[in-house]
Design a protein around this ligand. Structure first.
Ligand SMILES: CC(C)(COP(=O)(O)OP(=O)(O)OC[C@H]1O[C@@H](n2cnc3c(N)ncnc32)[C@H](O)[C@@H]1OP(=O)(O)O)[C@@H](O)C(=O)NCCC(=O)NCCS
Length: 533
């Protein structure tokens, strides 16, 4: 039976040099009060020091704000004081910019495996297995023939966490397991026996796998909850973690430390499936280059498919599809667990309003790795002549891939979407095309990407269909490299396209002009449920 303790007592059980798993996913599910308490203890006593922090996705937000309840003052960022964390092993640090900076400065050793690998490792460790054998990561920076997930010198000095192996003539990666000594997880209710339910949590996460991995390795499971309730009041189906797996329970004293999501202090029942809101008409996006890209990508949508849509420019697809009446029967899935419903944007991402089901992160990733997704639409920071894509290391930041590798390697049709150049541009929408007045300072089509988050070579070998969609040009991946298939009306092939790329793509002999309706104010009027006109 767990002990119900004060915050100070709970965090006193975290010793120097331990491996600590922290639950949560971006803006959701952060065990915020526990993190706050641990940071306060370190400030006061200098302990615990040199810990290894392990997460699927780091809790936090994407900003570098130093205001209360934002950026550097929330989530994993709370552990930023020098000496507290020695090493991180995290699927993505986008939401923990202070920690990402310390990794970039080589102050904290950084291992950044794919997010799906992390949650499946929790499950493997929970099940007493030595690690995880998977194809996920082959050909990317996770592969030991590239960086082996070790993104800085300190990590490289500490040693490898992933090996290449072969089974029946097929290549696989073996990610080594680890021994968690303690974990911080969060739930909504604990009953008097310590059974935990997730009633108000927007995501189910990988909290069960984290708790079992820690418990079965003799570690300490510490849970932060919103409320402690009477024995027998939690329905068995709602109990996610049995009390026998929990060592300490802390009731959050500050409601701001137990928000459903950092985006708002208000609990939103439509994110948990408790209620379904009446969906109003989706407002069409204002015409912009981002909308042009989303429109061109939406033309590829088909009916009755399961799709995953990434953050950034791809998030405009839902709105375009609604405006044009495309993709009837299409189901959206997000790697955080929910399926069906409307994916939220900004800080509310990756929550989903009116979901049809909320899977755990681990179950979702297993489905993705096995090929359940028909299509995915993802952002791109850099693309090179082999069709490799980088989203994990650019603009001086090394943040990891999150679910990007699991999704992009295992989906039949992959669409990368992004601006043709990065930084401030002056591009006029002329009604039926584009006029490029000034381009961004950074090329996105580069000779060689800084880090391989998606391997073009691996995709060709596996027969994936891959397309790269920008506001002014569209490419397809072939075994011979990138083929330019479409350019926008009004742009000059040599000056505005080929002249802005660091390599020469193959120009299709059937080079087409992009549909002029992409660039106009009016609804395109695409044929319902197909995207084709
Ligand atoms: C790559 C990614 C940043 C692109 O974002 P986007 O909003 O679609 O596209 P943008 O072109 O507006 O790029 C976002 C910012 O990155 C900058 N950027 C993009 N590519 C860059 C490059 N090659 N060099 C420098 N800066 C770059 C842009 O200038 C922009 O900066 P700003 O915010 O200061 O304006 C985004 O898709 C991402 O983070 N992807 C990884 C996460 C992911 O896909 N996870 C799995 C599914 S959720």
């Amino acid at each position: 039976m767990p002990k119900f303790v004060s915050l100070e007592e709970a965090v006193s059980h975290v010793q120097d040099s331990v491996a600590l798993i922290v639950g949560g996913f971006g803006s959701y599910g952060s065990p915020e009060e526990l993190l706050e308490g641990l940071a306060a203890r370190y400030e006061e006593t200098g302990h615990p020091k040199n810990i290894t922090a392990i997460c699927g996705i780091s809790p936090g937000d994407k900003t570098e704000s130093t205001e209360p309840l934002k950026g550097f003052n929330i989530g994993l960022n709370r552990l930023r004081a020098e000496g507290l964390v020695d090493t991180v092993m995290v699927g993505n640090l986008t939401d923990a910019r202070a920690i990402a900076k310390a990794v970039g400065d080589n102050k904290i050793a950084g291992y950044l495996p794919p997010m799906g690998v992390m949650v499946n490792l929790f499950r493997a460790v929970a099940g007493g297995r030595p690690g995880l054998v998977t194809r996920v990561g082959l050909g990317t920076f996770a592969d030991p023939r590239h960086e082996g997930c070790a993104v800085n010198d300190r990590a490289r000095e500490k040693g490898a966490i992933v090996e290449l192996m072969e089974i029946d003539g097929q290549e696989y990666l073996f990610y080594k397991g680890f021994k968690p000594n303690v974990c911080f997880i969060r739930a909504t209710y604990a009953d008097e026996d310590g059974n935990l339910s997730m009633d108000h949590e927007g995501l189910t996460g990988a909290e069960l796998e984290i708790a079992v991995a820690t418990h079965n390795n003799g570690g300490i499971v510490i849970a932060q909850v919103e409320e402690i309730v009477r024995r027998g009041t939690l329905h068995a189906k709602n109990v996610r973690i049995h009390g026998k797996l929990v060592d300490y329970v802390v009731k959050a004293q500050n409601p701001d430390n137990h928000r459903q999501c950092y985006a708002t202090a208000k609990y939103r029942p439509e994110l948990t499936g408790e209620i379904r809101t009446v969906a109003g008409a989706v407002k069409p996006l204002k015409l912009s280059l981002r909308k042009v890209i989303a429109r061109r990508a939406a033309m590829e949508l088909r009916s009755d498919v399961i799709i995953n849509v990434g953050s950034g420019i791809p998030s405009g697809i839902g709105s375009v599809a609604a405006e044009e009446g495309l993709g009837k029967g299409m189901t959206m899935s997000v790697e955080s667990g929910p399926m069906g419903g409307t994916i939220q944007e900004g800080l509310s991402f990756p929550g989903v309003a009116n979901p049809e089901v909320i899977f755990s992160q681990t179950d979702t990733i297993d489905m993705y790795d096995g090929g359940v997704l028909d299509m995915t639409f993802l952002g791109a920071a850099e693309i090179d002549e082999k069709g490799n894509v980088n989203v994990s290391k650019f603009a001086g930041r090394c943040i990891g891939a999150g679910g990007f590798i699991d999704i992009s390697q295992n989906t039949k049709k992959v669409f990368f979407m992004g601006n043709f150049t990065a930084g401030e541009t002056q591009i006029d929408l002329t009604g039926g095309g584009l006029k490029i007045v000034g381009d961004g300072p950074n090329a996105k089509f580069v000779k060689e990407v800084q880090q391989i988050t998606f391997s073009g070579e691996y995709a060709v070998k596996n027969g994936q269909e891959v397309m790269y969609i920008t506001e002014r040009a569209v490419f397809r991946l072939t075994k011979d490299g990138l083929v330019l298939t479409e350019i926008a009306p009004g742009v000059d092939l040599e000056k505005d396209v080929l002249g802005r790329m660091e390599f020469a793509p193959i120009v299709s002999p059937e080079l087409k002009t992009m549909d002029p309706r992409l660039f106009g104010e009016a609804k395109m009027g695409l044929a319902p449920n197909s995207g084709r006109n």
